[in-house]
Design a protein around this ligand. Structure first.
Ligand SMILES: Cc1ncc(COP(=O)(O)O)c(C=O)c1O
Length: 406
């Protein structure tokens, strides 16, 4: 669809990065230069079916005509003014997020981890304002909440946390599948429970209704606030606005990000009125947060989402599930299929990385979480033909790794 002015030499790109970019990412050796819909194209012009969408970010796919035009128009008008002044878009986007979530107030930031930081800060602020300070947080095993110090403190994987200790005090991790353990851990000193209603990085694990009931009971008993981290699973990804509502949860705070800007960095922390009432001028801030470019992108995404895209996600989700179950029936290495809408995990009985590599070789982009889980996070706009092609490529990749399946 598009043309590029420059085509880069992949070897030179990779070499230059290896010399000058902080080596925190183990990247696959592919250089992408352009995209269209659910496809990415590398420097040699080869196409790939994108079922990871920049880890759940490119919700409208690549080079979406409406998003592209809106971003270009906004760039030509005004990009940024800071939060010293008003601009017309923050209130509009906040109102739309409030309508979707039932939480009336929004703090805009630039990433998921910042949305989590804001939620953790305002959990403390709430209790401080009440005159009964609480700082303890209960978090779940397999939970992932980001890489800044607060979000990292409530992230379960020790491997991420250990090199950066000491982190925040007072964080207790409990099983994500044992309601009794959660009920025992939440006390009158707990400021908040933080949980992903559907855990993404931890291996695509939806919380059970029993866990949700325990969270509700614990909050009601102790007054602890509930932070639902929906950075990955929220904003229509499962076919409903927020997965917490599907579990019957009413969070005091919801953290969002990823899909919201469709590729433009934007995060948002959503607050109940009682938590928002504790906020004062100067309590929190962000230079970029909610600037015109970010809000314009979010506006387009939210408008698409509520004009049929969320219903599409729900429908295509059933097609994806059916396709994955057909693939699973052909490969005994797949021991579980989990997910909803456009977030799916295939649990393998072995490490998943070789399958990810084999899929890449065949032109399918997926990734691995929690060692043994293949994760699929396609753009929300994915269609039946894309799903069928994904199933063919995934089947071939699994067969190649196992030497079975045909
Ligand atoms: C549930 C959840 N919370 C927070 C984050 C952190 O988001 P970001 O990488 O945008 O800071 C992620 C990222 O994967 C996530 O999945």
């Amino acid at each position: 669809m598009q043309t590029t002015e420059t085509t880069h030499n992949s070897g030179e790109v990779i070499k230059l990065e290896s010399e000058h970019v902080l080596q925190t990412y183990r990247r696959a050796p592919v250089v992408f230069e352009r995209g269209s819909g659910c496809r990415l194209f590398d420097a040699s012009g080869r196409g790939y079916l994108d079922f990871i969408s920049g880890i759940g970010v490119s919700s409208l796919g690549h080079a979406h005509p409406r998003l592209t035009a809106a971003i270009a128009a906004q760039a030509g008008q005004l990009l940024h003014t800071s939060n010293l002044y008003f601009h017309p878009l923050q209130g509009e986007v906040a109102a739309k997020l409030a309508e979707l979530s039932g939480l009336p107030r929004v703090f805009f930031c630039n990433s998921g981890t910042e949305a989590v930081e804001a939620s953790l800060k305002f959990a403390r602020r709430y209790w401080f304002s009440k005159g009964t300070p609480r700082t303890a947080v209960v978090s779940l095993q397999r939970g992932f909440h980001g890489r800044t110090m607060g979000a990292l403190s409530v992230t379960w994987d020790e491997h991420y946390r250990a090199p950066f200790s000491p982190l925040l005090d007072g964080v207790t991790f409990v099983s994500n599948t044992d309601p009794a353990e959660l009920l025992a851990a939440v006390t009158d000193e707990t400021a908040a429970i933080i949980a992903e209603p559907l855990q993404g990085e931890g291996g695509v694990h939806p919380l059970s209704l029993e866990m949700a009931a325990a969270i509700r009971t614990a909050c009601a008993r102790t007054g602890a606030l509930l932070i639902a981290d929906e950075v990955q699973c929220g904003l229509g990804r499962t076919g409903v606005p927020f997965y917490s509502s599907k579990l019957g949860l009413q969070p005091d705070m919801i953290s969002t990000g990823k899909a919201l800007g469709g590729g433009v960095p934007v995060g948002a922390a959503l607050f109940s009125q009682r938590v928002a009432d504790a906020a004062s001028f100067g309590d929190h801030g962000s230079t970029y947060g909610g600037n015109l470019l970010a809000c314009r992108a979010a506006q387009v995404f939210l408008d698409e989402l509520t004009s049929g895209l969320m219903a599409h996600v729900a429908e295509i989700g059933t097609e994806i599930e059916a396709a994955l179950r057909r693939v699973a029936a052909r490969h005994s290495t797949i021991v579980d299929v989990r997910g909803a809408g456009v977030i799916w995990g295939l649990e393998l009985d072995r490490p998943a990385a070789p399958v990810v590599d084999a899929a890449l070789e065949r032109g399918l982009l997926i990734n691995r979480t929690a060692d043994t889980v293949l994760r699929l996070l396609p753009p929300y706009i994915v269609d039946s033909a894309d799903v069928n092609q994904m199933a063919v490529l995934l089947d071939a990749a699994l067969a190649a790794v196992k030497g079975e399946g045909s």
